[in-house]
Ligand binder design. Structure first.
Ligand SMILES: NC(=O)c1ccc[n+]([C@@H]2O[C@H](COP(=O)([O-])OP(=O)(O)OC[C@H]3O[C@@H](n4cnc5c(N)ncnc54)[C@H](O)[C@@H]3O)[C@@H](O)[C@H]2O)c1
Length: 289
């Protein structure tokens, strides 16, 4: 299949592209900036340039719409409400309309768990993005899967994290690894390609947890850190040494529908994080090539 990624030079595009290439797909990475790796075919362009976008979509089988300003840009005040509206709302409308006008039938829309944060500009623009997606399902019978990942900025993004420990501190209360988000994208494309989907799926994407729901419900019933020690006792001093609080109860999201529809099986858990911390320290594991 020919698959076009909007914002394809960003973090998610960097991880998704080689996975799709391994499956034999041709990957077109539309972005303002050039990717830093050599995978796929780079198309320099903007989703805000409708006519060019439409031309780039001719012959494309599926689009993964990634490009958006996100939580970090609002938190750091790097982008204002006009920037958010332009890229996340107008841009999303362009991507869906260009897809329909160019004959694309399959779309994965990257939304966010931030749709729950209605008090943020980012959350609002993702709610509107999902409404746009639903409109194209209703009016054009476009085949769409919307994914709502939790925050997944990777540890190797040095604009956001200075080192692996900073990332680990952020991941600790519950999050999803970018490799698992990429897995959910690839699985979504595979489901769409089967051509049997008859509804707009909106699916939450969370990480893997050793903690069971019962553990979380009876958190630290035997004293502070007791639940942590059930799974990670050998890592306790390592965790404490790096400021990771063993008594902190992570928040886990319900991904049962994502498992059911996509066969999604997240891999990266707190155990992986602790193992990586032990093996690689501040540097973290090598970034993807
Ligand atoms: N990173 C997270 O923690 C997180 C969590 C939940 C959802 N999301 C969603 O994931 C997507 C972002 O993923 P990412 O981590 O790869 O982000 P990223 O910031 O690394 O990549 C986004 C890419 O979009 C490109 N872009 C910006 N304006 C563009 C335009 N006009 N036309 C084409 N490309 C443009 C940027 O150059 C960048 O390469 C967004 O939809 C975001 O809402 C992110």
């Amino acid at each position: 299949m020919n698959i076009l990624l909007t914002g394809g030079a960003g973090d998610l595009g960097r991880v998704v592209t080689p996975l799709l290439e391994q499956q034999g797909h041709t990957v077109l990475r539309l972005d303002l900036r050039q990717p830093t790796d050599g995978h796929g075919t780079f198309i320099q362009g903007s989703i805000l340039d409708f006519e060019a976008l439409k031309a780039h979509m001719v012959g494309v089988d599926a689009v993964v719409h990634i490009a958006a300003w996100h939580g970090i840009h609002e938190f750091r005040k790097e982008k204002d409400v006009f920037d958010f509206w332009s890229l996340n709302v107008t841009g999303t409308f362009h991507v869906f309309e260009a897809a329909v006008q160019s004959g694309v039938r399959q779309m994965v829309y990257i939304s966010s768990s931030s749709v729950e944060e209605k008090e943020t500009v980012y959350g609002q623009t993702k709610i509107l993005g999902e409404a746009i997606a639903q409109g194209y399902v209703d009016r054009h019978l476009l085949n769409v899967i919307t994914l709502r990942p939790r925050a997944f900025i990777p540890y190797w993004n040095r604009v956001t994290y200075n080192n692996f420990v900073e990332w680990a501190l952020w991941f600790w209360p519950g999050a999803v690894h970018i490799d698992d988000v990429a897995q959910s994208v690839v699985r979504s494309l595979n489901v769409l390609a089967q051509g049997t989907l008859d509804q707009h799926l909106v699916l939450t994407v969370d990480g893997a947890y050793e903690y069971t729901d019962a553990d979380l419900a009876a958190w630290d019933a035997d004293g502070a850190g007791s639940t942590f020690r059930k799974y990670y006792a050998p890592y306790e001093s390592l965790a404490v040494q790096h400021g990771l609080n063993p008594a902190l109860r992570p928040e886990k999201r319900d991904i049962s529908a994502t498992r059911q529809w996509l066969g999604y099986a997240p891999q990266y858990s707190l155990l992986n994080l602790l193992q990586d911390l032990q093996q690689y320290g501040l540097e973290g594991p090598p970034p993807p090539v």
